[in-house]
Design a protein around this ligand. Sequence first.
Ligand code: ZN
Ligand code: ZN
Length: 278
Amino acid sequence: MEGYADLHVHTNFSDSVYSPEEVLIHAKEAGLAAVGICDHDSIGGVQEALELEDKYGVEVVPGIELSTELKNMEVHMLGYFYDWKDKHFQALLKTIQEVRVWRAELMVVKLQNLGFNISFEEVINETGSGAVGRPHIARLMLKKRYIKDYQEAFDKYLKFGMPAYVGKYEMHPKDAIAQITKLKGIPVVAHMKYSEMSQAEFEELLNAGLKGIEVYHTMHGPEENKKYMDVANKYGLIVTGGSDSHGPDEQVGSVKVQYSVSVERLKAERKSILFGSR
Ligand SMILES: [Zn+2]
Ligand SMILES: [Zn+2]
């Protein structure tokens, strides 16, 4: 099939300001043939978007983005065309979400102890239907003028090593790969610019079943595009890319890949997982 796909888009089921329907509206406006819904630890956006697929004439690629940690470095693992309806997986996501809420509550308590007049209810009001997290706490702190800009909330209070930081549910990238593989999906490592790993570490992920790499991303420049394309070629990985849209700042479709290159290869991979390759 011809056309383009943005394979990394969030909805308000995680931390975007767009609902799944708004994502599809923007995808249609951008002329995309397909859009990959990759919410953090949630499949709600996939479900809702799939129901609207025909209305907007944009194909929805079911995805997920799992946060993992490798030696204190964050690695985000994308999964595509997996069995998103699986009950065990939904239970796991529920646990991850519960830990996330607990973590946010604890960070609010720490901020209260530091003298800030912030309640957990106020933070929840910032989240809409999405999963509560540090961005919402930061937005509230900005609204209350406790900080000058959004980033200051992280730099002074919320990031690792700062006084209101609370650790999170930890998953190794290999666990995420195993999880997606178990669901007959295709694991793809996201925006590697943020997770500089050694060749040995990367090869460990390949041995664990990594199938693709997000070469194109909003935060990747020409240098990264080339670097990760070389990695993809070296190991024969599926090449994906996307805007990582969380709203108008990284608009849906602002980063896109060719449908025939990325989506069709993902689909072929899924087919061979389900039916075996000949
Ligand atoms: Zn990410
Ligand atoms: Zn993302």
